[in-house]
Design a protein around this ligand. Structure first.
Ligand code: MN
Length: 387
């Protein structure tokens, strides 16, 4: 049976890991959702394939070099084709769109997310860097333009699910779980020699390259504590990280009466994506179910911030505020890119980030232009320090 009205969804970053899984969620519920727009940065072949299958009204490719190919690939279809970073931000504002899934990688997500918020769209937020870089600005904007931000990150979706029905009940703390990544048990000496290929083998979650490296270095968890601060309005000392290598508990909330609520399930990003799309409703799924009787252990440990210093840097940046998280993010994007090319070692990533945090110019009350400037300057500074 056809629904009277289908929710019109724009996916920014449709060719990445989250984007492709979101399209699967839409396929499985095609009486509820319609793909209004798709965007990608470089993967023009997959964007063409997705567009031919989902028939969006419009598509955009960030890298303008691919415009001709995209245009030709869709020439027999009534799909509007755009290119360039600005077109992605403009497309996110289109009137018929109900929800924008922000699934692009890194700082590049900030501008289009702000455009979508200003247009009053609901945001399914998968691009955590948006809140890491400019959390205060983005949250103020969302409040002013009456735009809801729904978390897609599995930990934040878990917390969001635990908070459903709790009204204004006071939160004592948020407990974010971390898998600990592929290097959880490695010594400092071993960490000196690990390669990007080893880091790319995440034990539990199947994700893009950048976030997989961030998971191995715990920078991803560092970004997530900052993301949690903004999404849930808690103070830094109310956010705790606990390593839970089985990745079944996706995160927890401890309330003022001491009660702890947890959200559990198999690690599959399609669930948090779908929950953001359907909130406050839940839809039936066919994902594999977690079986307690088949699970022989459930373990928890404290994160080691001496071996994984990025988490300590993130707590520092969150406490310091201003443009410090933006500095952290820009430095991290550069060192991760260099590590992926095997130009620097795993531990060197943290050494360089620490150096950048000390040297970059601190701005206590940054405007949007300050963030743009900080991001550009810190990228240059980080590259200089790597040389
Ligand atoms: Mn996560």
């Amino acid at each position: 049976m056809e629904n009277e009205y289908k929710k019109q969804i724009a996916i920014l970053g449709s060719t990445g890991s989250i984007g492709t899984q979101a399209l699967e969620v839409i396929s499985e519920n095609d009486s509820l959702f319609d793909v209004y727009a798709l965007t990608a940065n470089n993967n023009v072949d997959l964007l063409i394939e997705q567009s031919r299958k989902y028939l969006p009204e419009m598509v955009a490719i960030g890298n303008e070099d691919h415009y001709q190919k995209l245009k030709e690939g869709l020439t027999d279809l009534p799909i509007k084709v755009f290119a360039g970073e600005d077109s992605i931000a403009q497309l996110a504002e289109m009137q018929p769109i109900d929800m924008v899934l922000t699934a692009m990688v890194g700082y590049s997500g900030l501008k289009p997310t702000m455009s979508a918020i200003k247009a009053g769209k609901k945001i399914a937020l998968a691009n955590k860097e948006t809140l890491v870089v400019a959390g205060e600005l983005v949250c103020d904007l969302a409040a002013n333009f009456n735009s809801a931000i729904l978390p897609v990150d599995s930990e934040h979706s878990a917390i969001f699910q635990c908070l459903a029905g709790e009204g204004n009940n006071p939160i004592e703390k948020l407990i974010l779980t971390a898998s600990g990544g592929p290097f959880r048990t490695k010594s400092m000496r071993e960490l000196e020699h690990v390669t990007s290929a080893q880091a790319l083998k995440h034990p539990n979650w199947d994700m893009g390259a950048k976030i997989t490296i961030d998971s191995a270095s715990l920078m991803n968890k560092g970004f997530e504590i900052i993301e949690a601060k903004w999404l849930f309005g808690v103070s830094p000392d109310q956010i705790e990280v606990v390593v839970h290598p089985q990745s079944i508990i996706h995160s927890m909330v401890q309330f003022a009466d001491g009660s702890i609520k947890a959200q559990l399930g198999m690690p599959d990003m399609k669930l948090p994506i779908q929950y953001a799309f359907t909130y406050p409703d839940r839809l039936k799924t066919n994902f594999p179910r977690f079986e307690f009787s088949l699970c022989d252990q459930f373990t928890f440990e404290k994160p080691d911030m001496e071996r994984f210093r990025n988490l300590a840097f993130a707590y520092y940046a969150m406490d310091k505020g201003g443009n410090m998280p933006c500095i952290l993010n820009a430095a991290n994007e550069i060192v991760v890119a260099e590590f992926l090319k095997d130009k620097i070692g795993f531990l060197q990533m943290s050494d360089i980030i620490e150096d950048v945090l000390a040297k970059a110019e601190f701005v206590a009350k940054p405007t949007y232009d300050d963030y743009v400037k900080t991001d550009a300057l810190v990228r240059v500074l980080t590259k200089e320090l790597i040389k």
